[in-house]
Design a protein around this ligand. Structure first.
Ligand SMILES: Cc1cc2nc3c(=O)[nH]c(=O)nc-3n(C[C@H](O)[C@H](O)[C@H](O)COP(=O)(O)OP(=O)(O)OC[C@H]3O[C@@H](n4cnc5c(N)ncnc54)[C@H](O)[C@@H]3O)c2cc1C
Length: 499
């Protein structure tokens, strides 16, 4: 497996194709380092004896241990381990671990390529497995580029005035395809080794050129990344792990980019557009049942800490509010576990989470994220946005005043009181705060998308049957429809795991 140092070196060897604030830059640009620092933790912990068994899994190609982010789950236990790994890593870096995007794209393609081959006799799964084996051996990272610019939201891809509103095939050659269009909001593309492209929506026959999936190195010819970095506020003194982390999102432009055949995993199979889009989205929503509880854990911890700094920790309203974090985080996490044990083995061998549980777990957190920030704000008070600058806490003329007045709980030193408020500012009122709030709503699909999936998947007829029976409209209640799923509690343990 790669070390984080090697990952960083490999980034520096990539061709500069990033554009930030009007400049063309390479992967050494300081503004994307906070995101690179996040990614590095996924390499470092995979080599840490305490966490190795959680962060690695056995490759089904070679039998070697590989980073868990590079291997599609094969059992419900694998899915639970992925969820736990994401919660752990998200807690470590103070938020989005980012590497799950590529993992979920690999999961989706492992399944869809097999199913397309079964229907059309194509050779996508052979191509994909060759790609995946190399991906695992080189311990690569990938961004998933699913979200298109989309143009007029009331129109389908083929109806758009500008055909480039969705990424599409413009030419099919013997040795590959040429694609044009742009994907937006693509997290970590600026410091990923690879970009994996999948469709964003259901497609019709007239949209066939929009049915396209492929993978390319992130510095590929005719690919431009217009990147917006954001990070936690930097600290002037002392080390706070949080302040080294951040994220970058990119508009990824495909300007007649040539994609070699071996890296094309869908080409005009429009009837698989919905399936592939949802496979990514549902796998990603399962990943969210690991990271969103961790975002809640962070908010809960900061809220409890600032309650202590305010010396109100034992007050009833504070206990009530803290328990709301527990309710959300643990329900969502439990939904992820249920999604894993009620998941299904697909024809590709990949074990896929149950869509209903993954979607309710994800939607719950998407709907409560602003409320959770509000809980922190209420308990913290207004100082989180009015706190004087860090330098004023150390400057000769202001230091004494601030050290005296910053203390609210006499049991906490002026230094620690300052650090608590600095943390509250970083978590509750920085540029990252708004990134997390909006990521909480829209990342992995807005709550409307989970609602659409739930309405497609959920068996309302079975519920009506219960009502019919209880109301005396029918005399027999057939519950095999409603409670037909068997939990997967078989031999689910990864034989190499020690935990
Ligand atoms: C921080 C962040 C990180 C992200 N990272 C990634 C990433 O790495 N890769 C990636 O591919 N994407 C990423 N996304 C994009 C994310 O998946 C989308 O934002 C999300 O799916 C919503 O799509 P949209 O932004 O195009 O909004 P839209 O879908 O256009 O939504 C706008 C409005 O239209 C409504 N709407 C949309 N569709 C329907 C419908 N069918 N019926 C009724 N109303 C509808 C919505 O409710 C909403 O009110 C990220 C987003 C954020 C905020």
């Amino acid at each position: 497996m790669r070390s984080s140092a090697r990952y960083r070196e490999d980034l520096l060897n990539m061709k500069p194709n990033l554009y930030i604030g009007g400049e063309k830059v390479g992967r050494g640009d300081a503004r994307i380092q906070p995101g690179i620092n996040v990614m590095s933790v996924t390499f470092d912990l995979a080599q840490d004896t305490d966490w190795q068994s959680l962060l690695t899994a056995e490759s089904y190609f070679t039998g070697n241990r590989v980073n868990r982010f590079t291997r599609p789950p094969q059992t419900s236990y694998d899915l639970m381990q992925k969820q736990k790994m994401i919660r752990l890593l998200t807690q470590r870096v103070g938020g989005c671990i980012q590497r799950c995007m590529g993992h979920d794209a690999l999961v989706a393609l492992s399944i869809a390529t097999r199913e397309m081959d079964d229907k059309y006799g194509t050779e996508y799964s052979r191509r994909f497995n060759a790609y995946l084996k190399d991906f695992q051996e080189r311990d690569l990272t990938a961004a998933c580029a699913q979200t298109d610019m989309k143009g007029d939201r009331s129109k389908r891809p083929a109806e758009q005035a500008d055909p480039d509103s969705y990424v599409h095939i413009v030419d099919i050659k013997k040795d590959g395809i040429v694609v044009r269009g742009a994907k937006i909001s693509i997290t970590m593309a600026a410091y990923a080794d690879e970009i994996i492209v999948v469709p964003t929506r259901a497609l019709r026959a007239e949209d066939e050129d929009y049915a396209v999936a492929f993978a390319i190195p992130a510095d590929w010819d005719n690919v431009r990344l217009i990147t917006r970095p954001v990070w936690f506020r930097q600290r002037e003194r002392g080390a706070a792990p949080l302040s080294q982390y951040g994220v970058s999102d990119s508009v990824v432009v495909f300007d007649n980019a040539f994609i070699p055949k071996e890296r094309v995993f869908m080409c005009q199979e429009w009837d698989f557009g919905r399936r592939l889009a949802l496979l990514f989205a549902d796998s990603h929503r399962h990943s969210y049942t690991g990271c969103k509880p961790a975002v809640s854990d962070i908010l809960c911890g900061v809220t409890a800490l600032v309650a202590e700094a305010n010396n109100i920790e034992r007050m009833a309203h504070v206990r009530q509010k803290l328990s709301e974090f527990v309710g959300g985080a643990e329900l969502s996490y439990a939904a992820g576990i249920a999604s894993a044990i009620y998941g299904e083995k697909t024809s590709s061998g990949t074990f896929f989470p149950n869509a209903v549980y993954a979607n309710v777990g994800r939607r719950l957190m998407g709907e409560t994220i602003y409320h959770e920030y509000n809980l922190l704000t209420e308990i913290a008070g207004g100082l989180s946005v009015t706190l004087p600058f860090e330098s004023d806490f150390y400057a000769e003329e202001t230091r004494r005043d601030l050290q005296k007045y910053i203390v609210r709980n006499p049991k906490i030193s002026p230094e620690d009181s300052h650090l608590v408020w600095r943390l509250v500012e970083n978590v509750g009122s920085s540029a990252m705060t708004h990134w997390y709030a909006i990521a909480g709503v829209h990342g992995g699909g807005s709550p409307i998308m989970e609602t659409i999936t739930l309405n497609a998947e959920y068996d309302y007829e079975a519920k009506k049957n219960i009502a019919r029976y209880l109301g005396g409209l029918v005399t027999k209640l057939d519950q095999s429809r409603d409670l037909r799923l068997e939990p997967d509690l078989g031999d689910t343990r990864d034989t190499h795991s020690t935990d």
